[in-house]
Design a protein around this ligand. Structure first.
Ligand SMILES: [Zn+2]
Length: 352
């Protein structure tokens, strides 16, 4: 069976090519090189057999079959379950306590990730595995993807690597993982940590995150304005013409970041992507230099444009992550972040 510790001196420059992997009963193509030890996985491997519970690997089908009968993680992944909702669960495991597991998971993930990562320093990372369990088959679970996170990040990164395994992509699961990463970083400290994924992002990561941020900000504005309307209805007597009044609220990009737990640069990316941003209406009076300077930093975000954006993209206003799903130290009573969720609409977009 496969190796314990890959050599930390493996040279990524040496070309290896695993063409396909067998993960449980799924056979699929790999996308990129990984750095499996050459003595165990030759450079022209057509099929690499990978345990779907612990990611141990072998080129030998007999050894693989034998392992899957004995795998210690057949019934449950290592670590602690931190989220469980609708059959989807997230398990947190410490790389320090699960070195081999972390390395094997990272080696497997690298087959689908187009950037170099440090695989051997698993001790300084936490891993969050996404699993699915069919309620009709409760003894059987599937690992669908994961994200990793540095235990101590100087750049406030709330995520290092993220991957939904290819057979499970385009089911909104990336958004679920990203959402969990923001929830956890938001709850980590009393005031909430403003964080984001480790940069630079891969091409695929950039697309996925842009979309995720756009939806997050759209959701924030729509829920805010729905709440404001509710408050208005409760506190104001209806008078003729009151519905036509336009409310304007001045917020800085930093304010939006604080409210959504997002970094300023990511808020800006999302606002641009939403296409709902217009320069502020210029004043008719003669402009002073001060006005011009202020205007260049002021934009108007039209609620109607955000609504339109959300509608045409069939964006779910309901957060993909459900607060009630968090367990243990993350259970809802232990934190105060309110859910930004109201709509029954389901999204059918791909996460990529
Ligand atoms: Zn196994």
């Amino acid at each position: 069976m496969a190796p314990s510790e890959p050599s930390s001196h493996a040279k990524p420059a040496i070309k290896r090519n695993v063409k396909h992997v067998v993960l449980g009963d799924l056979l699929f193509q790999t996308w990129y090189q990984s750095i499996y030890p050459e003595e165990l996985v030759s450079k022209d491997t057509d099929r690499l057999y990978v345990c779907r519970w612990c990611f141990r690997y072998s080129c030998d089908v007999a050894a693989y079959t034998k392992h899957t009968r004995l795998c210690p993680h057949r019934t449950s992944p290592p670590g602690t379950k931190v989220y469980d909702y609708g059959g989807y669960a997230v398990w947190e495991l410490d790389g320090e306590d699960n070195k081999l597991y972390g390395q094997n998971l990272s080696l497997f993930a690298k087959l689908f990730l187009d950037h170099k990562s440090v695989f051997f320093d698993v001790a300084s990372f936490l891993y969050y595995l996404l699993t699915f369990t069919d309620p009709n088959d409760p003894d059987n679970y599937y690992i669908l993807g994961y994200f990793s996170k540095e235990k101590l990040s100087w750049d406030a990164n709330n995520l290092a690597c993220i991957l939904v395994f290819p057979p499970y992509q385009h089911k909104q699961l990336g958004k679920l993982l990203m959402g969990v990463s923001y929830k956890l970083s938001g709850w980590e400290q009393d005031k909430g940590l403003i964080g984001g994924p480790e940069k630079p992002l891969s091409e695929m990561g950039r697309k996925s995150y842009s979309r995720f941020w756009e939806e997050r900000i759209a959701r924030y504005f729509l829920v805010q304005s729905a709440n404001a309307e509710k408050t208005d209805e409760q506190t104001q007597k209806p008078t003729k013409g009151s519905r036509t009044r336009t409310t304007q609220e001045i917020m800085t990009v930093q304010d939006i970041g604080l409210a959504t737990g997002m970094l300023t640069e990511d808020v800006i990316t999302a606002l641009k992507g939403l296409g709902a941003v217009e320069p502020a209406t210029p004043s008719k009076r003669r402009k002073t230099t001060q006005d011009i300077a202020a205007e260049s930093e002021t934009v108007t975000i039209r609620k109607s444009s955000v609504l339109e954006w959300a509608k045409t993209r069939r964006v779910a206003l309901r957060d993909p992550v459900c607060d009630e799903g968090f367990l243990g130290k993350w259970a809802p009573r232990s934190h105060s972040e309110s859910s930004v969720a109201d709509s029954e609409e389901e999204s059918e977009e791909d996460s990529g």
